[in-house]
Design a binder for this molecule. Sequence first.
Ligand code: PRT
Ligand code: MG
Length: 205
Amino acid sequence: MLTIALSKGRILDKTLPLLKKAGISVAKSELDSRKLILDTDSIDIKVIVLRASDVPVFVQHGAADFGIAGKDALLEHGADGVFELLDLEISKCRLMVASKKGVDLNKSTLKVATKYVNSAKEYFYQQGRQIEVIKLYGAVELAPIVGLSDCIVDLVDTGNTLEANNLAPVELIHEISSRLIVNSAAFNTKYIEISSWIKRIEKSL
Ligand code: PRT
Ligand code: MG
């Protein structure tokens, strides 16, 4: 028996067709149900659908054998005990610093609003820049507009959200895409099963 942890939301929309191509289908009735552990058409595979940031946690602790999560979630979590085996090249975007246009970000202590607290700290500290982090859970783009922060660290795709709020991307922290991760212990004990599914997923990319 294998358990796969999937990120709900936009990554799920891209992941389900990929898994289907690889031979793992989740029926619409399962997805629409309120069940937390979903059956697939493979008797030996179950799927759990989680918040994107919880996928690395479930895989790290072996509650799921493998999973699909955004690189942003992996960077933020640290991904100990987890092997990143495949870049699925879906749900691509960039983790960036953004601010109001023309703002000088070279002040002594920069106020940074973000939900990516660890990634922001690592990025600025590596450059010897001091920051005060303001942790937010959403509407991050609002922070510089209302004077809550000097800048934000957030995901940018088309740039439309920044543009609509008079903000501009200023520094690239990391290119983001979804990755297939596996629990390191499970990868050893269930190597044949897991690697054969991973090969099928890789072929369907
Ligand atoms: O669970 P919760 O609702 O808190 O999270 P969420 O809404 O961020 O989840 P969801 O379903 O959006 O999926 C998040 C995952 O999708 C991330 O972990 C990324 O790996 C991936 N992803 C890819 C993105 C984007 N692209 C993206 N553009 N996640 C979020 N965005 C947001 C971004 O935060 C910003 O608000 O889209 C806005 C920017 O988009 P543009 O096109 O206007 O630049
Ligand atoms: Mg959401």
